[in-house]
Write a protein of this length. Structure first.
Length: 256
């Protein structure tokens, strides 16, 4: 995988007019199950709007009627060259603490976008060779809250920790998970819901795997389930940790 070039992995992003509202952009992300959109003026891509950027501002200063162009997180000019190795792309993604990188040609034209999902999917063979289990890769102390905690508290914790989800835990077991996607779906344009309990909007049941599961199988399982994070459990069902796509990339970076 590390010999592959990002140009092989990049995909064309969905587009949204730069003058569309952030609510329209959020609706498109939720419906299309994507976390990044390319904002366009005419036929020109002027930047990108991400799920994380919207959620970080959701409860602070984000006007649901504001145009997308006011929330662009980066421009095409910050992209990586299509001939960059996947290994270097992982390094860049981790250093920038981003989940999406525009991929450009030598002339600066946009080829597509590579996300942590494409990089993780391409890592399955490498992890099969390494024979690594989830316990070696997971984060053993995920961000957790009781299901009755308010949504506002969940957003605060996500922002402080720079993560995309919190686990709702009862008696040491994961009862649900509240993600950036859940936040966009439920809270955009409805700030009164910030006081509601996380349990009202969290996803359940939580997709989980045993701590001894091989990571290469888990990567395939994540692809099958269409999820970016999993709860990792002990044999008795208690929460052992959380495994996310950035965790897999961080471990792969050490392997490389």
């Amino acid at each position: 995988m590390f010999k592959r070039r990002v140009g092989e992995l990049a995909k064309r992003p969905l587009i949204v007019p730069a003058d569309a509202t952030v609510t329209q952009a959020a609706d498109l992300m939720v419906r299309a199950d994507v976390s990044c959109l390319a904002a366009v003026t005419g036929a020109k891509v002027v930047g990108f709007v991400t799920e994380r950027e919207l959620v970080r501002r959701l409860d602070v200063d984000l006007d649901p009627a504001s145009p997308v162009r006011e929330t662009l997180s980066r421009t095409v000019g910050g992209g990586i060259l299509k001939d960059l190795s996947a290994n270097e792309a992982i390094k860049t993604m981790l250093e920038r603490k981003e989940r999406h990188l525009p991929v450009i040609d030598v002339g600066g034209s946009l080829i597509g976008v590579v996300t942590d999902k494409e990089l993780v999917d391409a890592l399955a063979v490498d992890f099969m060779v390494e024979n690594v289990d989830c316990r070696a890769v997971m984060r053993p102390e995920p961000i957790c809250l009781p299901p009755e905690a308010p949504v506002q508290a969940a957003l605060d914790r996500m922002r402080e920790a720079g993560v995309g989800s919190v686990l709702a835990v009862t008696d040491g077991k994961a009862a649900g998970i509240f993600t950036e996607r859940d936040a966009l779906r439920a809270i955009m344009g409805q700030p009164e819901r910030l006081a509601d309990p996380v349990s009202a909007y969290m996803s359940r049941p939580v997709v989980s795997v045993p701590a001894e599961a091989m990571v290469y199988k888990v990567i395939l399982y994540m692809r099958q389930k269409g999820v970016r994070r999993l709860a990792v459990t002990e044999a008795d069902g208690r929460l052992a940790g959380v495994l996310t796509q950035p965790d897999i990339l961080l471990y792969a970076r050490r392997m490389g």
